[in-house]
Design a protein around this ligand. Structure first.
Ligand code: ATP
Ligand code: MG
Length: 476
């Protein structure tokens, strides 16, 4: 056991002997790799809070002669009295061996092989203990494990012991194992103490670990937001500088991470952490450019914050949220700015200008985070509706309300005005219209007289500027 820990550590802390020594002197991790058992009396995780299906999987593995533990975020969350999002199982069985034990087990992944065991809608992920990419091991430099020049891990199928596995995890609080046999929590990285202190600490040398997988920086921001933890200074320090490494991550993975950041109920705190750590830029470069431009007369930051608060509120009320709305809000002003430019410089009419701007903004965004087509089409529709909502005369309003994207478009309109855009009280008109009976609706539509007579009223929040007034006449 000691040998494998020392091998794992020498890799985690880098090959240089002096670095290794410094890290050992600075780090609390070395003194705490010794296994510590936290008994049920101490940790007090109520057994009824453990997921039945995850327990079934762990028992099945143990009955077949393997090890099986509940591990990671689920144990961290249970210790913090939070409801885990999902339950993961760790085992010494190789993925192929584990898959054979379960009728509904499926081997998935290439870069990181796993077994998914399905129980109706519930999914338990079974991962084999990983070891570090130790150069002495045959596995690490060939088929099973692969690292590129920058240190990024390209393939991670080098297997090891539970101690190796603990050191391969990201934060100490994510490296806690629950054994369903003795009901103890096994701690190899001092995670239990960090959890009590509310500290996120990267296991091993933070810089090397972020280089191995830059997504760990986003995870730091997300857990700090979700758990209201502080990030240990040594773990926080390299992040700003390494943030651009996120540009090398597959856009599809960054899209998933963006959803975890913004659709898990802590969106506003996540956004603040991302900004604080310079991690928002690699996710939304064109939005960040606009946020930093000092000539911009659009309430971009307010709109993003309001959209995120709105998402948190909806989730707290158990209402649905869609990535289409979120991305439509976050990318609204870059699209607006480009559209205005196309109208001004290329003399394009508003609708084609919007279509062209939408194409360009989405094309640039998908180089950072993917946007699957099932979301990019509704995003365009929500934007297009922003141009159509000012036209309310005759039976146009009633017809607009029947559009599948009406609700989301109306929500974006509300957010725009709440954030300070001057639309002459358009969102209030739509609120009243939806609440009105048929007679009142008819009267409201008649009063619109082609939608061009309604004079923009002054926004209560912002002084009207020339630019804002120009923006009102989208319906030309
Ligand atoms: P949550 O499910 O609440 O988002 P989590 O910590 O469970 O948080 P998962 O993505 O479900 O996150 O991963 C499960 C566990 O796998 C983590 O707790 C951690 O131990 C390990 N892990 C996940 N991603 C990484 C990574 N990029 N680097 C190292 N370890 C990781
Ligand atoms: Mg999890």
């Amino acid at each position: 056991m000691l040998k494998s820990i020392s091998n794992a550590l020498s890799k985690v802390f880098g090959g240089n002997k002096q670095d290794h020594q410094d890290a050992i002197e600075d780090s609390e991790i070395i003194t705490s790799v010794n296994k510590r058992l936290i008994t049920e009396d101490e940790h007090q995780i109520p057994r009824r809070h453990l997921d039945d299906n995850a327990l079934k999987v762990a028992y099945r593995l143990q009955d077949a002669g393997f090890e099986g533990y509940l591990v990671g975020g689920c144990i961290r969350d249970l210790l913090l009295n939070k409801r885990p999002k999902d339950f993961d199982v760790a085992t010494d069985a190789h993925p192929e061996e584990a898959a054979e034990l379960f009728r509904r087990g499926r081997l998935i992944g290439r870069r990181f092989k796993l077994v998914h065991v399905r129980f109706g809608r519930d999914l338990i992920e079974v991962a084999t203990f990983r070891a570090s990419h130790d150069s002495q091991s045959e596995e690490s430099s060939g088929e099973q494990g692969k690292q590129c020049d920058s240190g990024m891990i390209l393939r991670d199928n080098v297997y090891g012991t539970i101690e190796d596995d603990a050191l391969r995890r990201d934060f100490t609080v994510n490296a806690l194992y629950y054994c369903p046999k003795d009901h103890c929590v096994y701690d190899f990285a001092n995670g239990y103490e960090d959890l009590k202190k509310g500290v996120l600490r990267m296991i091993g040398n933070p810089e090397a670990r972020y280089k191995e997988d830059p997504v760990r920086m986003l995870r730091a921001a997300r857990f700090a937001a979700k758990l209201n933890f502080s990030i240990d200074s040594a773990s926080e320090e390299p992040i700003s500088e390494l943030a651009p490494m996120l540009k090398r991550i597959a856009p599809a993975r960054l899209f998933d991470e963006a959803l975890k950041l913004f659709q898990s109920g802590h969106a506003i705190q996540s956004y603040q952490q991302l900004q604080r750590l310079d991690l928002f830029e690699p996710l939304f470069p064109q939005v960040q450019r606009l946020l930093q431009s000092d000539q911009l007369d659009m309430p971009i930051e307010k709109l993003i914050e309001n959209a995120l608060k709105n998402t948190d509120r909806r989730l707290a009320q158990r209402k649905s949220v869609t990535p289409a709305f979120l991305f439509a809000a976050i990318l609204w002003y870059p699209t607006q700015q480009l559209m205005q430019k196309l109208i001004r410089d290329n003399k394009m009419p508003p609708l084609p200008a919007l279509h062209e701007a939408a194409n360009q903004v989405i094309a640039e965004q998908v180089r950072s985070t993917a946007i699957p087509r099932r979301f990019s089409t509704p995003i365009r529709e929500i934007w297009e509706m922003q141009l159509r909502l000012p036209r309310r005369h005759g039976n146009k309003a009633a017809r607009l309300m029947e559009q599948p994207r009406f609700r989301a478009a109306y929500d974006l309109l509300l957010l725009r005005e709440q954030s300070g855009e001057d639309l002459g009280g358009l969102s209030q008109w739509w609120t009243d219209f939806q609440n009105a009976d048929e007679n009142a609706r008819e009267k409201m539509s008649r009063n619109q007289n082609n939608g061009k007579s309604s004079k923009p009223r002054r926004s209560r929040r912002r002084k009207p500027s020339k630019k804002n007034n120009e923006q009102v006449n989208h319906d030309g």
